[in-house]
Structure formats: C-alpha cells, structure tokens
Design a protein around this ligand. Structure first.
Ligand SMILES: *Cc1c(COP(=O)(O)O)cnc(C)c1O
Length: 220
C-alpha cells in the first residue's frame, strides 16, 4: 500500500475546488504522518478520544475534521482544535459544541448531517427536523458556531443510480436551506458527500468535501 501513489492517483479525479478529507480512523499516527508528508493536510476521524490522542502527537499544520456520530459528553475532547464537525445531528449536540467553543474562546464550524440513505442505522436529520431546529429560538443564540453546510452518507450499494439520487437529494436540501435561512451567509457553502466507493458520483452531484479512507490507506 503506497499512500503517496494513492493520493496522487486520487487527486487526478478530484477537482481543485473540492476538498479531500483523508479518513484516518483506526490508522496509527505513523501512517497519518506519511500521508501528511505526501502533501495531505486535512484528516477526518470518527472517535473523539482517538482524535484528541492523535492530534497531540502530530504536526499542528494538520486540519482535523470530525466525521462520526458525536456524543455531547465527548465534545470537550475535540473542541480546542477541531476545524470542522461534519456530523451535527441534534440541537442538544449543537448546544454543547457552542458551550465548549465559548470555553475555548473559539468559533467552531459545523455541518448539519442529513439522513439520505435507505438504511435505518445512519444518523441525521430530515429536512423537516432540521427546519424545526433552525426555527428554535435557542438556535440563533449559538454565537460560537458557524453552520457551514450539510453532510450525508449514501446507501451502501453498487447501484450508482440509487447513490446519485441520494446525493442529488442532499444537494437539494442544501439549496432549500440556503435559500430559506442562509441566503446572505457566505460561509454556508459546503456539501460533504462521497467516500471511496462513490466520490466520483458525489462530485458530479456537487460535493465540495469528499471523505476518503480506504482508497488512500487500504482496507481497515
Ligand atoms: C469511514 C468513513 C468514511 C470513509 O469511508 P471509505 O469507504 O473508507 O472511504 C467517510 N465518511 C464517514 C462518515 C466514515 O465514517
């Protein structure tokens, strides 16, 4: 497994304006360092304590994204340094992120995660649920959070037409929210979608952030 070669190959398929998040979950710090030295600067992890432990050992030039389900009581581990939390799925979580951001005198960028797949197990809002949250008076009081866009995971299937339909749905949700609530917010611009098996479809459907693990680091 040659990480540098994998990254070079991948970048041929990813337009410059689309950011690549290298998903390094379960991978040791040596492996992450190798990718960093090959020019990869954004990494994604899905466990708060694992992320915090790795961050402490690795160069400060790395931009860390949180991509998994986040429990409110774990936010404190990543609040001092995390660049983007992709997976906000409740008002309760947002409230805790804001609180920890205040404690750290930071503003933390977040994406709202939407449930676009057929599988029951994937977390995320429906459009209605998200609108209910945005309409909650508490939501506008979160001064240390910026909502920068949306995130979603497609159904795990070989059927790219199904996957495409789901990504198109997420893009549509993004556009509706933008128009209704974030029209003048210049930083509401991100659509995080696409993994190793479906990133090309995601890019065709408007992804601005792809989250790729296996195609860089091999099977976990
Ligand atoms: C693990 C993971 C990825 C990366 O998946 P690969 O198929 O290895 O590219 C992307 N997004 C999330 C939320 C993940 O948990």
């Amino acid at each position: 497994m040659n990480i540098k070669e994998n990254l070079e190959k991948l970048r041929q398929y990813i337009p410059k304006k689309v950011k690549l998040v290298a998903v390094s979950k379960y991978k040791p710090v040596e492996t992450i360092l190798e990718a960093f030295q090959a020019g990869q600067h954004i990494f994604g992890e899905n466990k708060a304590q694992e992320l915090s432990a790795k961050q402490a050992l690795l160069p400060s030039g790395i931009e860390w994204h949180f991509i998994g389900h986040l429990q409110s009581n774990k936010v404190k581990y990543i609040a001092p340094f995390v660049t983007l939390i992709h997976s906000v799925d409740s008002l309760k979580l947002l409230k805790e992120i804001n609180k920890q951001a205040v404690n750290n005198q930071r503003v933390i960028d977040c994406l709202l995660q939407f449930h676009i797949a057929e599988e029951e197990t994937k977390f995320g809002f429906s459009l209605l649920e998200a609108e209910a949250m945005i309409g909650n008076p508490e939501f506008s009081n979160f001064k240390n959070i910026r909502i920068c866009g949306v995130m979603g995971m497609a159904t795990f299937t070989d059927d790219q037409s199904q996957v495409r339909k789901e990504f198109r749905h997420l893009h549509n949700i993004f556009q509706q929210l933008k128009k209704k609530y974030f029209i003048d917010i210049e930083y509401f611009k991100e659509i995080s979608m696409g993994m190793s098996g479906d990133f090309q479809t995601a890019i065709e459907e408007g992804s601005t952030l792809v989250r790729i693990g296996t195609a860089i680091f091999g099977e976990r």
